[in-house]
Design a protein around this ligand. Sequence first.
Ligand SMILES: [Zn+2]
Length: 53
Amino acid sequence: MAQKFEEAEKRVFDNVYVCRKCNAKNRTDNPEKTSCRKCGYSDLRKKNAQFAG
Ligand SMILES: [Zn+2]
């Protein structure tokens, strides 16, 4: 747990995930337990994914 928190502090922008359904940005350090704040969809992807586009 502490390890995860450390990573979160180091790379703040890595905490942004995009909903696969409505593309809303969701900031979380635990995407697996987070649902989209707009539509409630639970499948989020990292905003800075290398294969974006
Ligand atoms: Zn959504």
